[in-house]
Design a binder for this molecule. Structure first.
Ligand code: KG4
Ligand code: ZN
Length: 354
């Protein structure tokens, strides 16, 4: 089965063709980072207009690279949730048009669920189930008990920022550039957390909690960089500004942030594995997905955790961590195989259904 998928949920316009749920024939991504950089974040209206401009060339390129003609496709998939609704609508309507014109089944795919499928692309070793899943991205930080690619139960989620969002804000505070996660990761690799002026807190909520919180870490980081607030109300300022720090000090603070943020993820994974075991559903594998899984420390710490728990760790290849359409096409294969399909009334939804 050959599935073409479209992804327009945020600031990447992407299309991919995947064969039989695993073999990626093409994975084309046009990132809008340059358009949003000057605003320091994604501007929804700008994003949806750019999707309109880029979707057709990206789609043509995906078919050309895969050497597949539209008539050879088995189905059209599209990320229809969660995301910016104006952006999602571009992909959803294009997918409906293709489905109708080509007479092919249409499959709406949950972007968060698809991130957990990304590690199954271009590999000969599919995960064993039940698995413990962690989605760590710019919009989500959630743990799941995963029974199959299509069946998962949420065990916990962030109560404030997603970890990628915390990375992006930390990068702004540290003047590390846009988009923040990857540049902060690079800066942290040049630093030494032990040399940072203070240890950063790892908020774990209650001892049993499988939820996450990153807002306290962000505030502590701000104080590490700029000192404590001075004055009150509109006149409040800080003891110093970022320029008071040397490049090495910035790198050391970045390393302290990275250790704390990734440390929180690892602690919660360990807790969730114990919880699944106690509930009689011992995990057989760890599945990770989302943009933050490109992080150097997260990848090495997850491998160590897997060894400790004696569980295989499934990390997506770097090309499939951040937003892409291949993960959608791969997951869509399982829906199609199960005889599922959506109609032309398929909605674009702001929230995930998992
Ligand atoms: O999955 P994704 O592309 O989009 C969402 O679904 O949100 O994730 C994007 C997030 C951004 O917050 C970005 O800063 C973060 O992933 N990210 C990283 C790294 N590369 C991307 N965070 C930490 N370390 C990285 N190397
Ligand atoms: Zn994503």
């Amino acid at each position: 089965m050959l599935i073409l998928a479209l992804e327009t949920s945020c600031d990447e316009t992407a299309a991919a063709v995947v064969e039989n749920g695993g073999r990626v024939l093409s994975n084309v991504i046009h990132s809008q980072h340059d358009l949003h950089e000057k605003y320091g974040g994604v501007v929804p209206e700008v994003a949806s207009r750019a999707h309109l401009d880029w979707l057709t060339p990206v789609l043509r390129e995906a078919l050309a690279q895969a050497q597949v003609k539209p008539q050879e496709l088995s189905a059209i998939a599209v990320g229809n949730r969660p995301g910016l609704v104006g952006s999602l609508l571009v992909g959803v309507n294009a997918a409906k048009g293709l489905s109708w014109a080509l007479g092919l089944p249409l499959l709406g795919i949950d972007h968060v669920q698809a991130h957990l499928y990304a590690s199954a692309l271009d590999t000969d070793t599919p995960p064993a189930f039940p698995a413990l899943g962690l989605v760590a991205s710019g919009g989500h930080t959630s743990l799941y008990a995963v029974e199959s690619p299509l069946k998962m139960t949420k065990l916990g989620a962030t109560i404030d920022d997603a970890v990628g969002e915390a990375y992006d804000k930390a990068a702004v505070m540290l003047g590390a550039g846009y988009p923040g996660g990857a540049s902060l990761d690079k800066l942290a690799q040049m630093g030494d957390a032990k040399q940072a002026p203070r240890e950063l807190p790892r908020s774990l909520l209650s001892p049993e909690s499988l939820d996450f919180s990153f807002s306290g870490l962000k505030t502590a980081l701000l104080y590490s960089i700029r000192g404590f607030p001075v004055g009150k109300g509109g006149a409040a300022t800080f003891e110093r500004d970022i320029h008071a720090l040397s490049d090495q000090q910035r790198a050391d603070i970045a390393a302290a942030f990275q250790e704390a943020a990734i440390g929180i993820l690892m602690t919660k994974l360990r807790r969730a594995a114990a919880k699944m075991k106690a509930d009689g559903m011992a995990p057989q594998a760890l599945l990770l997905g989302g943009g933050v899984v490109a992080n150097s420390l997260l990848r090495s710490e997850a491998a160590k955790l897997g060894q400790k728990l004696r569980l295989p760790v499934h990390l997506p290849k770097m090309a499939y961590c951040a937003d892409n359409a291949a993960m959608l096409a791969g997951l869509a294969h399982h829906r199609l195989f199960a005889g599922e399909a959506d109609g032309l009334m398929l909605p674009a939804l702001p929230s995930s259904l998992v």
